[in-house]
Write a protein that binds this ligand. Structure first.
Ligand code: NAP
Length: 459
């Protein structure tokens, strides 16, 4: 009886604590809806952890882990090709350094604001911890829109951005990488400007560099491949696989392209992909070479696919992509692409599994619907951790001044994704919700950081 009472008291204390801290976070960040969404999703999973570990409450872990160590916000002035001056806003959120130097991508997109930067950096804390590598968490970016800009305009903007950012990063301090709107070209310009300002060559300050100039082989493919490796582990556990499955992948950028490639290699038929204007449906299966050329080389819109494949159809509403029947959905474009309505449609059409390649592509309501309906669900912070895992491998290769082959990197990536899957699964089982990988990922990632935060004292 006494034992029962203690368990109930611990549960109540944990619930009260989580509720109190969430209210604090909400009051402190009232307008940051993406950041609040990300914190709420984590908080919901962590209640049983605090019931079992009162020392985390005593150490104020939740209060501290939700407040970034530092947010840098700065002006980025640059001149366009006609001599007109433009001003954008740059950010770097250095969220948590208990496991290593801040690590996370840079996003250039007009929607970038403090809430989006903070949600991405917050997610990165748990994702980076799950990889098992010694990396802390950060994220950065600007509301600059690279679309329609000339090569020289992109160069001038990125150089101006880096002139300020260079004061705050370094191989042992903060190591950025790419994200939406930032690929190896932009990284090349930022890396060049950083070294120019520092008067040296610090290979380890950036990851996602061109493999010909200090980058790791396999980094470009890592997030998309890693997502598919993770989902394949989850499918295999339930006697399913990508082989002969019908798959939809949203987006047609870096993550989407390599998720499509690996899904196809594993025998899936990928019938649709998109960009922010619309989506294509090719019932014969997407021809990835055409997509790669259009998007990676020619920087064209996805509708142009239908010019070369007249049997394919184009629809100019990207969110309707989820109305196509499929076995497996891989949202790989952006946050909140799948809401309640899309979730219901996917389930009604027979969805078996979903893997989040993008960061937070499903709303909290959509995730609940998937879990309630028995859809196998691979959450972003676990499923898309392959990119940052190979970034950490790039840091190792830069430190050792040697390079691994694509095969070596791919083998290591597979091992990391398999380990992440196992730790999510075992945390979910241990905390009483086997198969709930959302909870498993949140708990497994949290425990690693929380223990380091306790060990490092209140700061
Ligand atoms: P990217 O190369 O810039 O590609 C983004 C793609 O999504 C583009 O095709 C873009 O189309 C499309 N898109 C944007 N908004 C859309 C919408 N509302 N509906 C449909 N398509 C839309 O970016 P990325 O690096 O692949 O990143 C994609 C996602 O993965 C992001 O959430 C990012 O944070 C996450 N992620 C990336 C990495 C990485 O290693 N790159 C690692 C972990 C997580 P347009 O061309 O029309 O803009």
């Amino acid at each position: 009886m006494t034992n029962m009472n203690t368990i109930q008291e611990n549960r109540k204390r944990a619930n009260d604590y989580v509720h109190e801290v969430y209210e604090l976070v909400r009051k402190r960040n009232p307008d940051e809806k993406e950041f609040l969404q990300a914190t709420r999703e984590i908080f919901d999973s962590l209640r049983p952890v605090f019931a079992k570990h009162p020392e985390y409450i005593r150490n104020g872990i939740l209060e501290r882990i939700t407040e970034p160590e530092r947010i840098i916000s700065f002006r980025v002035a640059w001149e366009d090709d006609k001599g007109k001056v433009h001003v954008n806003r740059g950010f770097r959120v250095q969220f948590n350094s208990d496991l290593g130097p801040y690590k996370g991508g840079i996003r250039f997109h007009p929607s970038v604001n403090s809430s989006i930067m903070k949600f991405l950096a917050f997610e990165q804390i748990f994702k980076n911890a799950l990889t098992g590598q010694p990396i802390g968490a950060g994220k950065g970016g600007s509301d600059f829109d690279p679309k329609g800009k000339s090569e020289r305009e992109i160069m001038r903007f990125t150089q101006s951005f880096m002139t300020e950012l260079s004061k705050h990063i370094g191989p042992d301090i903060d190591v950025p990488a790419g994200d939406i709107g930032v690929g190896k070209r932009e990284i090349g310009y930022m890396f060049g400007q950083y070294n120019r300002l520092k008067g040296g060559y610090e290979a380890g300050v950036f990851t996602g560099k061109d493999p010909n100039h200090g980058g790791s082989l396999g980094r470009k493919e890592a997030t998309g491949y890693g997502t598919v490796y993770f989902v394949e582990e989850m499918l295999n556990e339930h006697n399913l696989s990508f082989k002969d499955s019908t798959v939809i992948v949203s987006g047609s950028g870096n993550v989407s392209t390599y998720a499509i490639e690996k899904a196809q290699q594993l025998g899936a038929k990928v019938v649709a992909c998109s960009d922010s204007s619309g989506y294509i449906y090719d019932k014969n299966g997407i021809d990835l070479n055409t997509v790669k050329r259009l998007k990676e080389v020619e920087q064209k819109r996805i509708w142009e696919y239908t010019k070369e494949h007249p049997e394919a159809e184009y629809y100019d509403n990207c969110s309707d992509i989820w109305s196509i029947p499929c076995d497996i959905a891989l949202p790989c474009a952006t946050q909140n692409e799948i809401d309640e309505m899309a979730a219901h449609i996917l389930i009604a059409n027979g969805l078996k599994a979903l893997g989040e390649g993008a960061n937070m592509p499903c709303t909290i309501e959509a995730i609940d619907i998937f879990l309630e309906n028995g859809v196998l669900f691979a959450p972003a912070k676990a499923a898309n951790a392959g990119g940052v895992a190979v970034s950490a491998m790039e840091m190792s290769q830069n430190s050792m001044r040697l390079g691994w082959t694509s095969e070596e990197v791919d083998e290591r990536l597979k091992t990391v994704m398999s380990n992440i899957y196992e730790s999510c699964k075992s945390a979910a089982e241990q905390y009483g919700e086997p198969d709930n990988l959302v909870m498993g990922a949140n708990i497994a990632g949290f425990l690693k950081v929380a223990d380091a935060m306790v060990a490092h004292g209140i700061r």
